[in-house]
Design a binder for this molecule. Structure first.
Ligand SMILES: *Cc1c(COP(=O)(O)O)cnc(C)c1O
Length: 377
């Protein structure tokens, strides 16, 4: 029995990373006194747009809200089907059901845990109106091969890029595809690469689409917050949701974005350290995140007898996780179940290793040594 102390950074699978400037930014926003959508939220929107190199970004209260509103803005609703991988956080699927649409679960490539052009094409039906690729682990999903068919059938691509802020697709940032492209949604939740505490964003394709998302996120009220306080009435133009990003969350996000270059360097470095250490470990397969172009969200391996390996590492205080139990097997989504053999197999094997920008090479080797021993048993 080895008695190597488990470093604190390896005890949890994922936790927020603070740069140290967030508390002052939050305090200033508290004193500014406007806690709902406000000028700080709009400053955050402009800063994210500038970072991505796009004209506009609409901030909302969560990644789930971003997906929900992107679907609605694209005209997806009752009777429509949305192709989505089963291997994702349940929020992707709940956003589809919240929009009144039906999920159509797609298979994944076991090497990347992402959908492929082929698996998307296989899943299409007459009712498919949208495809929601999930950028698992921060990896961009290339649907170029499917694009002609999707365009011909009027199918919108709405990316769940919750884990992919800062990643690139070819030489462009995820989200920066231009007017003809994809609708992209980000999350700025607690453990995402950039956190607002809670938050999300939609990258709209046109000014009209941006306006639609802004109307939907603010209860369908046409006037801006600033205009409303100057007039005696307001106009509720359509059904809407209460999904604004609080100025308090935006203040945290602005502080994080100013230092994001550190994260852009640290996360790929950590992933590569794991890759190199894991290369020697027999029986362990690393899920590829395309590290040359990605800001990795996590480090996921496939191991034999996963439940035993998981329990062994967990008992040693190592913060392993499983992302995710497949959605097509969840009770809430039973009506849309269909057999997905690759997903079901991979779901028995995947395990996420502790992944935090503060982890050192030494921390990684403690985790990998423990993994090696657990797998060899
Ligand atoms: C985090 C996450 C979401 C949801 O984002 P929230 O901000 O937590 O609502 C959706 N999809 C994926 C793949 C995620 O990782």
């Amino acid at each position: 029995m080895t008695s190597t102390a488990i470093p604190a950074a390896a005890r949890v699978n994922a936790r927020p990373y603070l740069h140290g400037t967030e508390a002052d930014a939050l305090t200033a926003a508290l004193h500014a006194g406007q806690y709902g959508h406000g000028p700080i939220t709009e400053e955050f929107e402009r800063a994210v747009a500038a970072y991505l190199g796009v004209d506009d970004v609409v901030a909302v209260e969560s990644g789930t809200a971003a997906l929900h509103l992107a679907l609605l803005a694209a005209g997806i609703g009752a009777g429509d089907e949305v192709v989505v991988p089963s291997m994702t956080f349940c929020a992707s699927v709940q956003a589809i059901t919240a929009a009144g649409a039906r999920p159509r679960f797609a298979e994944i490539d076991p090497d990347t845990l992402c959908v492929s052009a082929d698996s998307v094409l296989e899943a299409l039906t007459e009712d498919t109106r949208a495809v929601m690729p999930v950028l698992y682990g921060g990896r961009a999903v290339d649907l170029t091969q499917a694009a002609p068919v999707l365009a011909e059938r009027g199918i919108t691509v709405i990316e769940d890029a919750a884990q992919a802020f800062g990643s690139r697709h070819g030489d462009r940032k995820v989200g920066a595809y231009g007017v003809q492209g994809t609708l992209t949604c980000f999350s700025f939740g607690p453990i995402k690469s950039l956190t607002c505490g809670q938050g999300g964003a939609v990258v709209p394709r046109t000014p009209e689409e941006a306006e639609r998302v802004r109307l939907l996120r603010m209860l369908g009220i046409r006037q801006s917050q600033a205009d409303r306080i100057r007039t005696t009435t307001y106009s509720v133009d359509r059904t809407g949701w209460r999904y604004p990003m609080s100025a308090l969350n935006a203040a945290i996000g602005l502080a994080q974005l100013a230092r994001f270059a550190r994260i852009e360097a640290a996360r790929p470095r950590l992933w590569r350290t794991y890759r190199d250490a894991l290369a020697e470990v027999e029986g362990v397969v690393l899920v590829d995140v395309d590290v040359e172009r990605s800001v990795p969200f996590n480090c996921v391996v496939r191991v034999p007898d996963r439940d035993t390996v998981f329990a062994t590492l967990h008992a040693q205080g190592i913060g392993v996780g499983v992302h995710y139990p497949p959605n097509h097997l969840q009770p809430a989504f039973a009506p849309w179940h269909r057999p997905l053999p690759v997903t079901e197999q991979v779901a028995q094997e995947i395990m996420s290793l502790p992944f935090h920008p503060e982890m050192t090479e030494q921390d990684v080797s403690v985790v990998v040594n423990a993994l090696r021993q657990a797998v060899a048993r």
